[in-house]
Design a protein around this ligand. Structure first.
Ligand SMILES: NC(=O)c1ccc[n+]([C@@H]2O[C@H](COP(=O)([O-])OP(=O)(O)OC[C@H]3O[C@@H](n4cnc5c(N)ncnc54)[C@H](OP(=O)(O)O)[C@@H]3O)[C@@H](O)[C@H]2O)c1
Length: 308
């Protein structure tokens, strides 16, 4: 990645120009930069940010100049200014700063759809959350606990275990030291968990399938360790009539109404103090490569921000 000076873009007729106060760093940025997810070059990374509306196109009624907004899913966000379709911007409550909004839009709405919209989860159900001290992991853990779930979280260090416990994880497993499937079996007395929230992918997927109860849900939503090999569909039957899904945030925020519902609920929880957002570090925008290196070498917990 290199820094370039370019003209600030003009908003199209249905767009707003947002002056960014903070930009969220997400694993998708790493996957796009590394080539794991195909993109065409030249390419500006980043899909998440928050700031102040500076100008709007002639057909925009949703926001006005001066409004504070946040978003996820807007390309080319590693920048001082971003243009976004105005209907995809979420107005910020007074109590939420642009800094925290940029930290929670993408991972918060992801955690929201994972807990609320993939499958029915009942109070007392067990779930397994991989990388529980990560950006999505810490928010997902808190939302899962609010739903009354029993949460087992995996982490790679004692410090991360402590961070995950503070977010509400009932049992933290260091999966670099322990066989997490054996621990899950023991904790659930052989029954297994109703859902695995699997974002690590290649290195954990097979064992994660072993952790599921009959008719359990394998929710493969990321691949931080690499892509999962093709799956023999018969394994789902052998595992006990399992479900397998590979969801993406874009499909769970496909209408403006759904996006606003998820975005406003998450920001509302932050505003009321019911959802804690842990910012690991704020880097100057020009240090985006340093932030990427930290994220992809597992040195971080919670959120990384870039500040223009
Ligand atoms: N599908 C969707 O809608 C969606 C939306 C948002 C994010 N995601 C996915 O969710 C996952 C988490 O995203 P995030 O931005 O919050 O990142 P993150 O969880 O803060 O960082 C990734 C974490 O994965 C764990 N990990 C395990 N093996 C790894 C390896 N070989 N290389 C790097 N990390 C490894 C590390 O935690 P430990 O050190 O504790 O193992 C690391 O901290 C990513 O896979 C991302 O692509 C998916």
């Amino acid at each position: 990645m290199v820094v370039e000076e370019v003209e600030a873009p003009d908003p199209a007729e249905d767009q707003a120009l947002v002056r960014l106060d903070a930009i969220g760093v997400n694993f998708i940025d790493v996957n796009q930069r590394s080539g794991a997810y195909p993109i065409s070059l030249p390419f500006t990374p980043g899909t998440e940010g928050a700031g102040v509306v500076e100008a709007v196109g002639p057909r925009v009624s949703e926001v006005s100049p001066g409004d504070r907004v946040g978003y996820a899913g807007v390309p080319a966000s590693y920048s001082q200014y971003a243009t976004a379709k105005a209907s995809r911007l979420v107005p910020l409550p007074d109590a939420v700063g642009t800094d925290l909004a940029a930290a929670v839009m993408l991972q918060g709405m992801t955690a929201h759809y994972l807990v609320n919209s993939i499958c029915t989860l009942d109070e007392g159900d067990w779930c397994l959350i991989h990388a529980a001290a990560g950006g999505v992991g810490l928010v997902l853990t808190q939302l899962a606990k609010r739903r009354g779930l029993q949460v087992i979280g995996t982490v790679s260090t004692a410090e991360k275990a402590e961070r995950a416990r503070r977010a509400g994880v009932d049992h933290a497993i260091d999966y670099t030291q322990e066989d997490f499937a054996a621990v899950v079996d023991e904790l659930t007395h052989g029954a297994g968990v109703r859902a695995v929230f699997e974002s690590v992918g290649k290195s954990t997927f097979d064992k994660s399938l072993e952790c599921l109860s009959k008719r359990g849900y394998m929710v493969l939503f990321g691949q931080a360790s690499g892509p999962v090999d093709p799956v023999d569909i018969r394994r789902l039957q052998r595992g006990g009539s399992l479900f397998l899904t590979r969801p993406a945030l874009v499909d769970y925020t496909s209408t403006d109404e759904e996006l606003l519902w998820r975005g406003q609920e998450i920001l509302g929880l932050v505003a009321s103090g019911d959802l804690e957002v842990h910012v690991h570090e704020r880097y100057p925008l020009t240090e985006a490569p340093v932030a990427h290196r930290a994220l992809q070498t597992r040195q971080t917990t919670g959120k990384l921000l870039l500040i223009p």
